[in-house]
Every structure is written in C-alpha cells, then in structure tokens.
Write a protein that binds this ligand. Structure first.
Ligand code: OOG
Ligand code: MG
Length: 259
C-alpha cells in the first residue's frame, strides 16, 4: 500500500481529526495504535495533517522540537527513538509570563535548550549546515500535553500527536556558546529536578544536527528565525498552578507560571 492510495489518505485524515478534536476540546483519547494500524510514515503524515489544521486556524510555524534525545526521557516514556515535531506561534509564551492551564489535559513541563536558526541557512541545500548557522542559544522550557490518556503511547502514536507539543517559553537569547556539559535545574512549585545538558545526545548541538537530518527526511520546514528545542535533559514534571523556573549553567534562567 502506498501513501498515494486514497484509503491511506482517508485514514490519516481521520486520525488527524481525532487528535485535533482532543487538543481543541481538551479531552484525552486512547492510543490510536490500539485500534488502527499505521506506520511511522503515516504518523508523520498525520502530524502534517494536524499541523495543517492549526495553520488553517491562523497559526504560524515558528520552529521545531526534538524529542527523546535523552535517556531520562526515553526511560520515562518508553520510546527509544528520536522524534521531531512542530512549534507554532500559538504555543509560544513570553518569558516570565502566565500560561492558562485550562488549555491542557494533563500538562507536564521540562527543561530545554533552544537554538535559533540564523540568516543564510537553507534546508533545501545539502551543503548548508544548520550547526554552523544557529546564531543564538537560550534556556527554555517545554510544556508537553499528550492527547493520549495517561501519556500512554507508542512511537508512532506520539509522532502523530505532534510529539505532545503544547507550549514553550524561551529565556534571553545570547550568542551561541558551547553548552555541552552545563548543569540543568528545574523547579516546579515545590518539586525540583536536576541534570546536565550532556544527557542530550552528549551535547545539545547534536540535537541540532538531528533536527536538520530529520527535517530533511520528513519534509518539515526550517527557516532563519525559527526556534529548535533540543529535547529535555530530565524527565518532565507535572505542571499545576505554580511558578516554574529553569536555570541552565552559562545560559541563565527562564520562567513561567501556570494559572
Ligand atoms: C513526548 C515529547 C518528548 C522531549 O523533550 O524529549 C520531548 C512526551 O514525552 O510526551 O518533548
Ligand atoms: Mg521536550
């Protein structure tokens, strides 16, 4: 069966509709893999269809996010392969701002390193190297909100669900520095978790290289000005109506409050 077959397209659209309704209606759904057979190509096509529904509502693409780039995340979620998802402007929260928790089903928050795509990068040019073109780095946090009940999903499920992407906050941008072994601390109300950026593929810059590879492979857009989230260094913590703050050694702090 090929991707051109209408029944394949119909299945992808149907599953994108299920996930879109779950996100907009703030209602969880059972793992799609429980009842439908679909592969990783289908999963990225479902993610694409889901993103198209967001864009049709006026949202704008602002970057990509990598997932499962650390063992801590792989162990927490039971998926051991790097994934990529899309970020839109509607997901962006200003540093120090408030985020309305009624938007989410069961939000969790995690520390991230953000890179900004600099001028001159051209994803369509195989000689253009993203690692050489990122022009800024910042501490960041991602709010993930799987549309699946209890965050229970397969690799294909989570890719289809735009890798649980829900919101993100980026701290102050600064010129790119080596962030390969920086201490990471996140506090979420009374909870705290610590780690190192070395957990992110040994160096979060390797996640930038993976972002370039996967965007080329999967046909995701990546243009100058876009944000790339490298993936969490620690397991995610549940987010309630509390202040969350993340500090990354050498990069500074970023915060957000759930309300
Ligand atoms: C999937 C998203 C993984 C990361 O940083 O590893 C991710 C999930 O955990 O629900 O964003
Ligand atoms: Mg993440």
């Amino acid at each position: 069966m090929t991707s051109e077959q209408p029944d394949r397209r119909a299945l992808r659209d149907e599953l994108a509709d299920v996930l879109d309704a779950a996100q907009t209606g703030v209602r969880d759904v059972e793992s799609l893999s429980d009842t439908s057979a679909f592969d990783l190509d289908d999963a990225y096509a479902i993610q694409e269809a889901l993103t198209a529904r967001r864009l049709a509502r006026g949202e704008r693409l602002v970057g990509v996010k990598m997932g499962f780039t650390s063992r801590a995340k792989m162990a927490q979620m039971g998926v051991a392969e790097v994934i990529v998802g899309r970020l839109t402007d509607a997901m962006h929260i200003g540093d120090g701002g408030e985020v309305d928790l009624s938007r989410f089903i069961h939000p969790r928050i995690e520390p991230e390193v953000a890179y900004r795509v600099g001028p001159g990068f051209d994803l369509s040019d195989p000689d253009s190297d993203l690692a050489e073109h990122v022009d800024a780095i910042a501490p960041a946090m991602e709010i993930i909100d799987s549309r699946y009940r209890d965050f229970r999903f397969t690799h294909e499920d989570v890719v289809a669900d735009n890798t649980s992407a829900a919101a993100f906050v980026v701290g102050p941008w600064q010129p790119v520095v080596d962030a390969a072994e920086a201490a990471v601390r996140i506090s979420v109300g009374e909870q705290e978790s610590t780690g190192s950026t070395a957990a992110i593929l040994d160096d979060p810059m390797n996640a930038v290289r993976e972002a370039q590879r996967m965007c080329r492979k999967r046909g995701l857009a990546l243009v100058p000005g876009d944000v790339v989230l490298a993936g969490a260094a620690t397991a995610a913590l549940p987010l309630g109506p509390v202040h969350a703050e993340c500090e990354i050694e050498g990069l500074g702090t970023v915060s957000v409050s759930g309300v």
